[in-house]
Design a binder for this molecule. Structure first.
Ligand code: IPM
Ligand code: MG
Length: 346
């Protein structure tokens, strides 16, 4: 099975290297091919998502992605900025369903921004829509009638886009504790009113799932007040982006959260939810666990290899139980040594 490795920028190559070590140790017949993406690709090939990289992503059975984002590129025209690479991959490959599980490793209760008794309740999945919303609506800069500069980004969802992510949310809930909370802003936004109506319609197919609705502002509050109430959250692209960063700090660190971005057939791109962290790049300070856990999700969801996926997750738990703590977790264990600790736990 061919795995496309797209390490990207900043700490991306460092965390991908550790995930590859872990995957290689499992000896499950994976073949790796690497291609540049993001700012690295812009610098090497003039585009954040060069055709050869997109081609590799299409050919591969699964994609393991590091991170994109490079301050050197912040003043480029938007089409050439590193972030366009991940947005382009999601759109081109139809990766509309983004699963972001957040669960507290008991060993990390002290690293959570929440009190341990609150944090220990967290075990949820955020199902984030990934190819629509304000991210992909019409956008631009224009002048108002008064001559003022105005930036605009259109938020829009059609009912088919909402229905397919709602199905993904209900299915995720069926496979877990049977509770789905749909998060929107229907008290203000028409996009959200349609979202809520369609989620209610789709719920007719899932009588066994307990559905609730919540406004996104309330959800942000509930995530820190009582995160244990959530099983599966389904939400749009922008709200899911924000809520998943928040959920990550509730489980100790943004360096811990993996994600899967899936198309309708289950092909996927796997990436840590964190960014390229240019401030710590090249210093061995990055936590590779989110990427290693993303590799486990890849084995489980796209490659149908649940046993090695379990082994990785157990090894991460063992590494943490053994005291391995990267800098984001308040420790001093460097990136490679975190990888060593996971390898030792396999
Ligand atoms: C994420 C990231 C991306 C997003 C950026 C890098 C474009 O924040 O995957 O959460 O906003 O989706
Ligand atoms: Mg984000």
């Amino acid at each position: 099975m061919l795995i496309a490795l797209l390490p990207g920028d900043g700490i991306g190559p460092e965390v991908i290297a550790q995930a590859v070590r872990v995957l290689e140790a499992l000896e499950c017949g994976l073949v790796f091919e690497t291609a540049p993406v993001g700012g690295a690709a812009y610098k090497a090939a003039g585009h954040p998502l060069p055709p050869a990289t997109l081609d590799l992503a299409r050919r591969a059975d699964a994609i393991l992605f590091g991170a994109v984002g490079d301050p050197d590129c912040d003043s480029l025209e938007r089409a050439f900025r590193p972030e366009q690479a991940i947005l382009g991959l999601r759109k081109e490959l139809g990766l509309f369903a983004n699963l972001r599980p957040a669960k507290l490793f008991p060993e990390l209760a002290d690293a959570s921004a929440l009190r341990p008794e609150v944090a220990s309740q967290i075990d949820m999945v955020i199902v984030r829509e990934l190819t629509g919303d304000v991210y992909f609506g019409e956008k631009g800069m224009r002048r108002t009638a008064e001559g003022l500069r105005q930036g605009y980004d259109v938020m829009a969802y059609d009912e088919a886009e909402v229905a397919r992510i709602a199905h993904a949310g209900f299915k995720a809930a069926q496979a877990r504790r049977g509770k789905l909370c749909s998060v929107d802003k229907a008290n203000v936004l028409e996009t959200s009113q349609l979202w809520r109506d369609v989620v209610n319609e789709v719920s007719a197919d899932y009588r066994d799932v307990e559905l609730s609705h919540m406004y996104v502002d309330n959800c942000a509050m509930q995530l820190v007040r009582n995160p244990g109430q959530f099983d599966v959250i389904v939400t749009g692209n922008l709200f899911g982006d924000i809520l998943s960063d928040q959920a990550s700090m509730c489980v100790g660190s943004i360096g811990m959260l993996p994600s899967a971005s899936l198309d309708a057939a289950g092909k996927g791109l796997y990436e840590p939810i964190h960014g390229s962290a240019p401030d710590i790049a090249g210093q061995g300070k990055a936590n590779p666990l989110a990427t290693i856990l993303s590799a486990a999700m890849m084995l489980r969801y796209s490659l149908n290899l649940p046993a090695p996926a379990d082994r990785i997750e157990a090894a991460v738990a063992r590494a943490l139980a053994g005291g391995a703590r990267s800098f984001d977790l308040g420790g001093t264990v460097d990136t490679e040594a975190m990888g060593d600790a996971v390898l030792a736990g396999l």
